[in-house]
Ligand binder design. Structure first.
Ligand SMILES: NC(=O)c1ccc[n+]([C@@H]2O[C@H](COP(=O)([O-])OP(=O)(O)OC[C@H]3O[C@@H](n4cnc5c(N)ncnc54)[C@H](O)[C@@H]3O)[C@@H](O)[C@H]2O)c1
Length: 449
């Protein structure tokens, strides 16, 4: 901790920060915890999917308070934990008023770390329907910015074929504390034959999961979180990080594989390691990543190549080997692939052309691969972290770091576990209907969210 950071985090320093308008950030609800307070369900136009999915999650629901134009506007007697709005039948501009009328009392009455969840259809149909679909996006993003106390807002787009079986895992993740740092986001839920029928505390029981870059930071948190969920972890990192890697592997009861993922034979070595354990791989989390920042005018071929190779090309080579049906120890049907993008990569960030190329490339890769792997029941998704408290971001000078970590709707940096929990949701067998998605774990970062 620098002298400046110490001064800033001391008691007098905090008082000065408060005077300067920098409030203590809210403490976020995390883990497999449900909202504190009632879950309110509003059904606009009579959709029944949310009701069924909430029943699958064992959650009882209450009716919404509706703003009927009386002043003062009606409110809730006590704080509510969440408002779930089934807006899957909403198609006309004047129906948006029904949404406003349930959102207004809920936004005022929501508990700390509460949740607003809007369920809608993908943009399709006539001009008005497509325009209304985008209007919902604007509403979600704005509500997320107005909510206080660590409460978040999420918009889920449900395929017309989606059922409660497809939805419950996603709805459970969003309502629980696992989604603490996912705010103002939109993603899609499709339809699939789902092997799971309800949330499970050990969804990955006995399943083999490879995590690259697992020796520290976000990778170590992924290994710990997925092991908590029952996975047998193969922790991969470079030989130079061997000691830290062994410590993580031991801690989670997994095995360590010292390997530079850019090696030509990396895929084969991972498969051999898995096969020695007696089976195939259920999931691969391509977490290993590097930055070699320079303005483009100073970026030479070597700096360019190293970042693209570690962050993108290596995982493509590894995927190719592990997905080949003849590979002993490869990825099993019904398996999972997860890549790590980055909000600064997706939005573009000065001094990071190589990194942005690789991370936006990861988003493109999962979108491209997902439809091709549907027939094998393999899902492919990515998470895009914003500012996460790790050694990597710990190296940013204090004042700049303080600005970055507060530049989101939750006024704080995310924890590595927030990224890990989102990955846990994506690889949960219950998330079979979620593929080709990029979910930002960024607290609704002002950049790239
Ligand atoms: N920390 C953040 O705020 C943030 C934000 C957005 C995205 N990310 C991404 O999340 C991932 C993890 O980030 P982190 O902050 O934990 O980084 P980190 O630097 O702390 O850890 C990365 C790990 O990857 C390993 N690694 C690097 N090159 C490797 C290679 N060739 N083969 C095998 N292992 C290799 C490193 O040894 C290290 O243990 C990265 O992909 C990063 O780009 C991080």
């Amino acid at each position: 901790m620098s002298a400046l950071e110490k001064a800033f985090t001391s008691r007098p320093g905090k008082a000065i920060a408060a005077k300067a308008g920098l409030k203590e950030p809210p403490r976020l609800r995390r883990g497999r915890t449900w909202p504190e307070g009632a879950i309110v369900l509003a059904e606009i136009g009579g959709g029944l999917l949310a009701r069924e999915a909430l029943a699958r999650l064992g959650r009882s629901v209450e009716s919404p308070v509706v703003d009927d134009g009386q002043e003062p506007a009606p409110g809730y007697g006590s704080r509510i934990g969440a408002l779930v709005v089934d807006a899957t039948s909403l198609a006309h501009i004047d129906q948006l008023e029904e949404l406003r009328a349930v959102l207004r009392p809920a936004v005022r009455g929501i508990a700390r770390s509460g949740r607003i969840v809007i369920l809608a259809r993908p943009a399709h149909g006539d001009w008005e329907q497509r325009s209304v679909a985008r209007a919902l996006d604007g509403i979600n993003r704005t509500v997320a910015k107005e909510l206080r106390g660590g409460a978040t807002s999420t918009l889920l787009r449900l395929d017309p074929a989606a059922t409660a079986d497809d939805l419950f895992s996603t709805l459970g993740f969003v309502l629980q504390g696992r989604s603490a740092f996912v705010d103002g986001q939109t993603w899609s839920v499709g339809h699939a034959d789902n092997p799971a029928t309800g949330l499970d505390d050990l969804p990955l029981d006995g399943k083999v999961v490879v995590v690259t870059g697992a020796a520290r930071g976000i990778g170590a948190a992924i290994a710990r979180t997925l092991a908590r969920d029952g996975a047998r972890i193969i922790a991969v990192d470079i030989p130079a990080a061997g000691q830290a890697l062994a410590a993580v592997a031991n801690e989670v009861g997994g095995s360590a594989l010292q390997l530079d993922i850019t090696a030509e034979d990396a895929g084969r070595r991972i498969a051999e390691h898995a096969a020695r354990g007696g089976g195939g791989i259920y999931a691969v989390v391509h977490n290993a990543g590097i930055t070699r920042d320079k303005m483009l005018v100073n970026t030479d071929a070597a700096r360019w190549a190293s970042v693209l190779d570690v962050n993108l090309a290596a995982q493509m080579r590894i995927n190719e080997i592990l997905l080949a049906p003849e590979t002993d120890g490869g990825i099993v049907d019904g398996g999972r692939l997860v890549g790590i993008a980055s909000t600064s990569g997706l939005a573009g960030n000065k001094g990071q052309t190589n990194y942005a190329a690789s991370k936006a490339g990861v988003a493109g890769l999962v979108e491209a691969m997902a439809p091709d792997l549907v027939a094998r029941g393999i899902t492919v998704n990515a998470v895009a972290p914003g500012f996460i408290e790790t050694e990597m971001t710990g190296k940013i000078p204090f004042v700049q770091r303080e600005i970055f970590r507060r530049s989101n709707s939750l006024s704080q940096g995310g924890q590595p576990v927030d990224v890990a929990e989102t990955i846990g949701y994506l690889i949960d067998p219950g998330s079979q209907a979620v593929s080709g998605q990029v979910i930002r774990v960024c607290g609704q970062n002002l950049v790239g969210a």
